[in-house]
Design a binder for this molecule. Structure first.
Ligand code: ADP
Length: 423
């Protein structure tokens, strides 16, 4: 039986949520997009369907989210979760409000809480105002986001602009009193005709209490933080056994590689640290500004080097080289060309027997996963917060993949990933 069916509005957010659930004792499988109606339901306590619906037109986000819900309902999930960003990334047109409205209507539950708080990552909600660290959301830099500028930190107002329904607040003072008081407050808001409650949360204790209060809710909406208390509900109901190691993955045998297409600072540092320890190829995209040429260069270089130690192949470059390539090819074309090259290199490496691979970069990961035809990821142990090893299945051979958002991970990420327990 699947306990929790989740719909995430982007890929790395889905992994983040899955990791949170695994850390708290559930097994989790992430599906990339809505599977075919007759696709086999993976055996896992939680299934997370990763969409790319955060910034697409609201009507499309609603349609895709409802399709995901319908698939999860067929998988007989007991509870549903709509995962969005802990900075509540959205615009007055959506997509959080329209998607949540549609899910509430489809489930016939009439009410859902909304809580993006994630104290471990500095996101807290107080009196309905979302803070990023010590600053209000609209002073945190998020007000300048290119796609979802967040110019108001008051989530009651923000969500109200995205829905016809009314939005209430469960304030800090109530949340402090624990799950009983929170449950009562949510019931009262529902009885007053409110469809949503923004719920304050500043600490993990608050999140656990909110989770407990929502144990009977059909739908929970929020960031991955609010999922922290849900496994305990299933355990208390006798539905989730104590599992020894939810992060254990099936073993794979084969060569190891790191592919870096991120130009974020953390990734550049990680390459700098790994360079002295691993056979490393830093591609010169400016000298070879075509994908096929880069693929050929990388695969020729890797030939004979795959073996005992991982190889590292990086397109990553500092701001000046990135700007130079963008000037030469155009901004979007430069990114797309390198993504295409990295996907081709990944495909070639898998054909050469690589079965454990790290991919650095969000867009780069998307391109690689698409090319390899990966359709599901079983979530394993975290290498660093937010980046787990996964067991990837799909069109090609099963393999271990770690998909790293560019700025995630400590400096020695590429080195420790292959030696850690469970890798
Ligand atoms: P992050 O997670 O750090 O944002 P992404 O993979 O999402 O990383 O984005 C990095 C983008 O930069 C990709 O589109 C990638 O193709 C592009 N890129 C990588 N190397 C270079 C380079 N040397 N010059 C220009 N663009 C590059």
């Amino acid at each position: 039986m699947t306990l929790l069916g989740c719909i995430a509005d982007d890929f790395t957010g889905a992994t983040d949520l899955a990791s949170m659930l695994v850390r708290n004792g559930m097994t989790a499988v992430q599906l990339i997009g809505v599977p075919a109606a007759d696709a086999e339901v993976p055996k896992a306590d939680a299934i997370i369907i990763a969409l790319k619906s955060r910034t697409i037109p609201a009507a499309d986000a609603v349609r895709e989210s409802l399709a995901a819900l319908a698939w999860l309902q067929r998988a007989q999930c007991r509870q549903f979760f709509f995962k969005y960003c802990s900075t509540f990334d959205s615009t007055p047109a959506g997509n959080i409000g329209p998607v949540a409205d549609a899910l509430i209507e489809a489930l016939g539950c009439g009410f859902a809480l909304a809580c993006p708080a994630f104290p471990a990552n500095g996101r807290s909600v107080y009196q309905g105002y979302l803070f990023a660290g010590s600053t209000l959301l609209n002073e945190s830099g998020m007000e300048n986001h290119p796609l979802t500028p967040m110019t108001d930190a008051n989530l009651v107002r923000v969500l109200s602009r995205q829905t016809e329904a009314t939005v209430g607040l469960v304030p800090f003072a109530t949340v402090e009193q624990g799950s009983g008081a929170i449950r009562k407050a949510m019931t009262a808001l529902k009885e007053q005709g409110r469809r949503y409650a923004i719920v304050d949360a500043v600490t993990n204790e608050h999140l656990f209490a909110i989770g407990e209060a929502a144990s009977q809710h059909a739908l929970i909406t929020g960031g991955s933080g609010i999922a922290i208390g849900l496994p305990a509900n299933f355990r208390a109901a006798g539905l989730l056994p104590e599992r020894a190691n939810t992060a254990a993955l099936p073993k794979v045998e084969g060569h190891t590689a790191v592919l870096a297409g991120s130009c974020s600072r953390a990734t550049l540092f990680q390459i700098g640290t790994a360079r002295d320890h691993l056979p490393t190829l830093e591609l010169d995209a400016l000298a070879t500004p075509d994908a096929d040429g880069l693929i050929r260069r990388a695969l020729e270089w890797a030939d004979g080097k795959l073996g005992q130690t991982p190889v590292l192949i990086a397109a990553s470059a500092g701001p000046e080289q990135v700007a130079a390539l963008q000037e030469k090819l155009g901004r979007d074309a430069a990114g797309a060309m390198i993504e295409h090259a990295m996907a081709g290199i990944a495909e070639g490496l898998v054909a050469c027997g690589v079965r454990r691979m790290i991919v650095a970069g969000g867009e780069t990961s998307g391109a690689v996963v698409g090319r390899l035809g990966v359709s599901r990821l079983r979530i394993g142990a975290e290498i660093d917060p937010g980046v787990p090893w996964t067991f990837a299945e799909g069109r090609g051979p099963a393999m271990h993949l770690a998909l790293k958002s560019g700025n995630f991970g400590a400096r020695d990420f590429f080195l420790k990933a292959f030696t850690m327990e469970g890798a």
